[in-house]
Design a protein around this ligand. Structure first.
Ligand SMILES: Nc1nc2c(ncn2[C@@H]2O[C@H](COP(=O)(O)OP(=O)(O)OP(=O)(O)O)[C@@H](O)[C@H]2O)c(=O)[nH]1
Ligand SMILES: Nc1nc2c(ncn2[C@@H]2O[C@H](COP(=O)(O)OP(=O)(O)OP(=O)(O)O)[C@@H](O)[C@H]2O)c(=O)[nH]1
Ligand SMILES: [Mg+2]
Ligand SMILES: [Mg+2]
Lengths: 292, 278
C-alpha cells in the first residue's frame, strides 16, 4: 500500500546521506500512481503532488532522522487538509422546519440515505418528516414509505401525478402544521448534464429554501466525481456531501476531489444497506483508507 | 484533442491524460501507451491524428473478446440472471431486456429474486406490467433461492421462452451475501442440469477502478458470462472496463444508455471507444 511504499522509498534514501530533489521526484511519482489507482481525480493529484513536493524538499524532511516517516506524515497531513480536518455537522440553523434536500446521480443511495438520516436525527431528539419527491422511478414513493415505517418517521407523499416542486411545497405546509422540525426531501436520481432535471432541483430549492443541499455520491465513483460535483454545485450551491457504500472495498479517492473542487465538506458516511449503517464522516478514516 | 500536426511527446501526453480521465487506470494506460509507441514506430507514422487512430484500434482489439451476443438455450426457457453491487441498474436492465424479448414475440417470466430491499418487488412488478411479463414473487424477506427455484418451475410449466431473474444488490466484501449468490447459482444448475445461460454482471460506468475488483470477485462466486455497462449516458466513460476485459476475458454484452425501456444497446467496441475519445 501507499504508506508502506513511501516508508520503503524514503528509508532507502537515508543511507545516501543527502537527499536530493531527484530522490523526492521518484517518491512523488509513486504517490501520484497510488492516488490515481485510488480514483483521486487526476487534476487534484497534480496539485496535491506539487504541494507535497514543496514540503518534501524542505528541511522538515531533509534534516529528519527518519525521512520516510516524515513523508508519510506529510502525505497524511495534506490529505486531511484536502478533506477538511475536522468533521462538520449538519446545519439545522434558523427557523423550523429545516429543509434538507438530497440530490445526486441515479443509484447513488439517496432514498436509502434519506431513511438513515431521518433515523439519525430522530435519535437526536428531532422530529423529522420524509418527503417522497421522486415521481419517476418505479416504486420510489413506496420505497421511501417502507423505509419511513421501518425507522418510525412519517412520509409525506402525493403519488406520482403531482410535480416534485408541488410535492415539496405542500410538504412544507404539512411539516409546519404537524410541527416537524426537519424536512428531508428525497429527489429522483439525475445526470448533472440534464438541463430540465437540474432546473427542477433549482425550483425545489427556490420553493423550500433548504439549509442543506447534500450531494449523495457513491464512494466508488471514478474520475467523473469532479464533473458531477461541479455540475450540481454550479446549479444549486451544494452545502455538503454524503459518501455512500463505504462498506465496499473501493478506495474512495473521489472524496479527495469533492472538497478540493467545491470547498464543501463531506458530512456523512453510508456504511451498509441497513438504516443504522450511517455516521458522521471522519476525514482521518478516509485518509487512512486511501493511504492503505 | 486535435491530434493534428507532427508527433511529439505532447501527442502522447494528451492521449495518456485522456485515458486516465476516462478511468482506464494507470496500469492499463501504461500498457496501451507502450503498445501505441511500438506500433507508431513500426508503421513509421508521422501525423498526430494517425496516433489517435492507432490507439483506437488497439483499444477496440482489447475489447473484442468472447461472444458479445446474448446466448439462448437450445431447450426453453433461456435463463438470464442479473447480478452486481448495489444500485448499478440490475432491475432496470432486466426490465429493458424483458421489453426487448417481448418485442421479439417471446414469452417472458421474471423472477423477483431481490427479497430484501425496500419495494424491490414492487419495482419489478411495474416492469413486468410494462412489458407483459409474468412475475414470480414471494413475500418480502423470503428466501431468494426459493423464488428462483419457483420461477424455474413456473417458466417450464408456462412454456416461457425466457426467464429473467433479478437478484439483490450486494457488496463482494460481504461473504454471507456472496454465499447466498453462490447458492442461487447452484440451485439453477441443479434444477436444469446446467448453469444459467447468461449470468450478467451489471456494472455502473461511473465507477472507478473498483469495477475490476467487482468483476474478479463476482466471477469467482458465480459463472459470469457477460457484463452490462450501465449509465454510459453519464459524463463517465467506463474506461475501467478495458482492464476488466483484458484481465478476465469476460465479454461486455450490453450498454445501458438511459432510464427508459428502449435504452439498451448491444455492445459495440467502436461505438464505445469513440465515446471515450469524445
Ligand atoms: N452496501 C451499501 N449499499 C447501499 C448504501 N447506501 C445505499 N445502498 C444501496 O444502494 C442501492 C441504491 O440505493 P437507493 O437508495 O435506491 O439509491 P437512489 O440514489 O435513491 O437511487 P435513484 O433514486 O434511482 O437515483 C440500494 O440497494 C441500497 O440498499 C451503503 O452505504 N452501502
Ligand atoms: N442514466 C441512467 N440511469 C440508469 C441506467 N440504468 C439504470 N439507471 C437508473 O439507476 C437507478 C438504479 O437502478 P436499479 O435498476 O434500481 O438498480 P439495481 O442494480 O437494481 O439496484 P439495487 O437492486 O438496489 O442494487 C435507477 O434510477 C435507474 O433508472 C442507465 O443506463 N442510465
Ligand atoms: Mg431513490
Ligand atoms: Mg434492483
Amino acid at each position: 500500500n501507499l504508506s508502506d511504499k513511501l516508508q520503503t522509498a524514503f528509508n532507502r534514501l537515508r543511507g545516501k546521506g543527502k537527499v536530493t530533489e531527484q530522490d523526492v521526484t521518484e517518491v512523488l511519482r509513486e504517490v501520484r500512481l497510488a492516488l490515481l489507482e485510488a480514483d483521486v481525480n487526476y487534476k487534484v493529484v497534480k496539485d496535491f503532488v506539487a504541494r507535497l513536493k514543496e514540503r518534501a524538499i524542505g528541511a522538515e524532511v531533509m534534516e529528519n532522522l527518519n525521512p520516510g516517516q516524515q513523508v508519510v506524515k506529510i502525505v497524511f497531513d495534506e490529505m486531511m487538509k484536502l478533506l477538511g480536518e475536522t468533521a462538520v455537522p449538519i446545519n439545522l440553523e434558523g427557523a423550523s422546519p429545516h429543509v434538507v434536500m438530497l440530490v445526486g446521480l441515479q443509484g447513488a443511495g439517496k432514498t436509502t440515505t434519506a431513511g438513515k438520516l431521518a433515523l439519525h436525527l430522530k435519535k437526536r431528539g428531532r422530529k423529522p418528516m420524509l418527503v417522497a419527491a421522486d415521481v419517476y422511478r418505479p416504486a420510489a414513493v413506496k420505497q421511501l414509505e417502507v423505509l419511513g415505517s421501518q425507522v418510525g418517521v412519517p412520509v409525506f407523499s402525493q403519488g406520482t401525478d403531482i410535480s416534485p416542486v408541488q410535492i415539496a411545497r405542500n410538504s412544507y405546509m404539512e411539516a409546519v402544521k404537524n410541527r416537524n422540525d426537519v424536512l428531508i426531501i428525497d429527489t429522483a436520481g439525475r445526470l448533472q448534464i440534464n438541463e430540465e432535471l437540474m432546473n427542477e432541483l433549482q425550483a425545489i430549492k427556490a420553493s423550500t429554501n433548504p439549509v442543506e443541499i447534500l450531494l449523495v455520491l457513491n464512494a466508488m465513483t471514478g474520475q467523473a466525481a469532479v464533473e458531477v460535483a461541479e455540475g450540481f454545485n454550479e446549479r444549486l450551491d451544494v452545502t455538503g456531501f454524503i459518501l455512500t457504500q463505504l462498506d465496499s472495498d473501493a478506495r474512495g479517492g473521489a472524496a479527495l476531489s469533492l472538497r478540493a473542487v467545491t470547498d464543501r465538506p463531506i458530512k456523512f458516511a453510508g456504511l451498509g444497506e441497513k438504516m443504522d449503517a450511517f455516521e458522521p464522516f471522519h476525514p482521518d478514516r478516509l485518509a487512512g483508507r486511501i493511504l492503505g | 484533442l486535435t491530434g493534428r500536426g507532427t508527433i511529439d511527446e505532447e501527442t502522447y501526453e494528451e492521449l495518456e491524460d485522456m485515458l486516465i480521465q476516462a478511468d482506464v487506470g494507470v496500469n492499463t494506460t501504461m500498457k496501451l501507451m507502450t503498445r501505441l509507441r511500438e506500433t507508431v514506430s513500426e508503421r513509421r507514422l508521422e501525423l498526430g491524428e494517425d496516433v489517435s487512430d492507432v490507439l483506437k484500434e488497439i483499444m477496440i482489439e482489447m475489447l473484442s473478446t468472447g461472444d458479445h451476443a446474448l446466448r439462448s438455450s437450445p431447450t426453453p426457457p433461456t435463463v438470464v440472471m442479473m447480478v452486481g453491487v448495489n444500485g448499478t441498474g440490475k432491475t432496470t436492465t432486466l426490465g429493458k431486456l424483458a421489453h426487448r424479448y417481448q418485442s421479439e414475440g417471446k414469452r417472458v417470466v421474471v423472477a423477483a429474486g431481490d427479497t430484501f430491499r425496500a419495494a424491490a418487488i414492487e419495482q419489478l412488478e411495474i416492469w413486468a406490467q410494462r412489458t407483459g411479463s409474468h412475475i414470480i414473487k414471494h413475500q418480502a424477506g423470503s428466501d431468494p433461492a426459493a423464488v428462483i427455484y419457483d420461477s424455474l418451475q413456473a417458466a417450464k410449466a408456462r412454456g416461457a421462452d425466457v426467464l429473467l431473474a433479478d437478484t439483490a444488490g450486494r457488496q463482494h466484501t460481504k461473504s454471507n451475501l456472496m454465499d447466498e449468490l453462490n447458492k442461487i447459482g447452484r440451485i439453477v444448475e441443479r434444477e436444469r442440469g446446467r448453469p444459467a445461460d447468461e449470468v450478467l454482471l451489471v456494472l455502473d460506468s461511473t465507477t472507478g477502478q473498483n469495477l475490476v475488483q467487482q468483476a474478479k470477485e463476482f466471477s469467482r462466486i458465480i459463472p459470469v458470462t457477460g457484463v452490462v455497462l450501465t449509465k454510459i449516458d453519464s459524463t463517465a466513460k467506463g474506461g475501467a472496463a478495458l482492464t476488466l476485459v483484458e484481465e478476465l476475458k469476460i465479454p461486455i454484452k450490453l450498454l445501458g444508455t438511459g432510464e427508459k425501456m428502449d435504452q439498451l444497446r448491444p455492445f459495440d467496441a467502436l461505438w464505445f471507444v469513440d465515446q471515450l475519445f469524445e
